[in-house]
Design a protein around this ligand. Structure first.
Ligand SMILES: Cc1ncc(COP(=O)(O)O)c(C=O)c1O
Length: 402
């Protein structure tokens, strides 16, 4: 294990001695670089943005735009006009599904393909459209090795399919899906949506690499604040679409009985946005740059993953949902123990100051298909250490002794 430690950058650990935080898939801790930026911004640069006439507002808007410029760079997008800020990934997906509907881009019997591993945020908005306009939804199954079942995909990918909406990384198994494979098979008449909520914190996500049409993720999982979701959209598609929301800033003009929608991206961002949250995202991405980009995260992640996989072998009673090597996964591990409820295990771990998540992790269709009622999930990020992993496995051994 390399002796680089990012932990010291995260004040939560100094302020909570003995804390073993293994729940980064739910949300990540924040480095001082991000936390301090929030105070600095409010102390020095904050004002309302858009339509400014004074310099403080101009400065504030510059931060907001710089945040989007950084996201654009990270995603290898073409323009900041393609980037919309909303509240979180759930909101991003809802806005997208509703905008497709109100722009008449979906109709009854059109089919949406999802993987069985989707998070609820990429299922429920489609179920709403199924009820509202009668679209169909089909799920692509995964094989015994948990890779996407491409035969199943090919058999379901008929001419009725208008949308393919897949996660890049499962929040239950940590598996990385090969989305380039999907892109190669995708027809021109199908829109490709990518949920990058679990991939963006761990790896370089390039919208051009798998030729996505839409992509979303959530800032709080990548060391920025809660309350900010990012929706990227190809400009040519975006300019043809109507926004499901409207109001201030989202319009060009309003008369007593009519209005005209604004150009991009204002059309999709009515009202005063989360300016300071956007600043934290800018700072979180700068932090990633400062630690040598994703290469550092990847190297550190894979060392922790390899160590975890070795430790799992020491406890035969501990069942891991999906077993594979470090190359095909991020540091997310969902376990069960026969005779112990996952909630009880999580509570027992909590009593030892070890934070994990239990239950179905907002991916109930996967749990039902796998016949696994509930699991406890430990997830790793760059502030975790070998000691954290040891504490987790020692605690499991103690639970089993009981
Ligand atoms: C794969 C995936 N997509 C979407 C989300 C939703 O993120 P948010 O709660 O920030 O909307 C999550 C959260 O766990 C997730 O794991």
């Amino acid at each position: 294990m390399s002796n680089i430690s990012y932990r010291k950058d995260f004040p939560i650990f100094e302020n909570n001695p003995g804390l073993v935080y293994l729940d980064s898939t739910a949300t990540s801790q924040k480095p001082a670089y991000v936390i301090d930026s929030l105070c600095d911004f409010y102390r020095n640069d904050f004002a309302s943005i858009h339509r400014w006439s004074y310099s403080l507002s101009e400065k504030s808007e510059e931060f907001y735009d710089n945040s989007k410029k950084k996201v654009k760079e990270f995603l290898n997008a073409n323009s900041i006009q393609e980037i919309i800020y909303t509240y979180n990934a759930n909101y991003a997906m809802n806005i997208l599904a509703c905008s497709l509907d109100c722009s008449n881009m979906l109709k009854a019997w059109d089919k949406v393909l999802l993987t069985i591993s989707e998070h609820h945020s990429n299922i429920v908005p489609w179920l709403n459209l199924k009820e509202k306009i009668g679209i169909e939804i089909e799920y692509i199954w995964i094989k015994d090795d948990f890779s996407l079942d491409m035969d199943d995909f090919k058999s379901k990918y008929d001419e009725k399919v208008k949308i393919i909406s897949f996660t890049q990384v499962s929040n239950v198994t940590g598996q990385i899906y090969d989305l380039e494979e999907i892109w190669k098979l995708k027809r021109e008449d199908t829109l490709f949506i990518v949920d990058a909520s679990q991939s963006f914190p761990h790896m370089k996500v390039d919208v051009k690499k798998f030729n996505a049409d839409f992509l979303f993720f959530t800032a709080h999982k990548v060391m920025a604040e809660t309350g900010l979701g990012i929706l990227w959209w190809k400009k040519e598609l975006l300019s043809n679409m109507k926004s499901v929301f409207s109001g201030g800033w989202a319009i060009n003009w309003v008369k007593e009985d009519s209005y005209r929608q604004a150009s991009l991206p204002g059309r999709f961002e009515p009202g005063t946005p989360h300016i300071s949250w956007a600043v934290t995202l800018l700072k979180a991405l700068e932090y990633i740059e400062n630690i040598w980009w994703y290469e550092a995260i990847d190297k550190y992640d894979s060392e922790l993953i390899k160590y975890t996989l070795e430790k799992i072998k020491e406890i035969p009673e501990l069942k891991l949902i999906w077993w594979t090597n470090a190359e095909k996964r991020v540091g997310v591990f969902s376990f069960w123990l026969d005779w112990f409820h996952a909630l009880d295990v999580a509570e027992e771990l909590a009593s030892k100051n070890i934070c994990v998540r239990s239950w179905q992790h907002c991916a109930e269709p996967l749990a039902i298909r796998l016949w696994i009622n509930s699991t406890f999930r430990m997830s790793l990020y760059i502030y975790n250490t070998i000691e954290d992993i040891d504490r987790f496995f020692d605690a499991i051994k103690e639970i089993l002794k009981k």
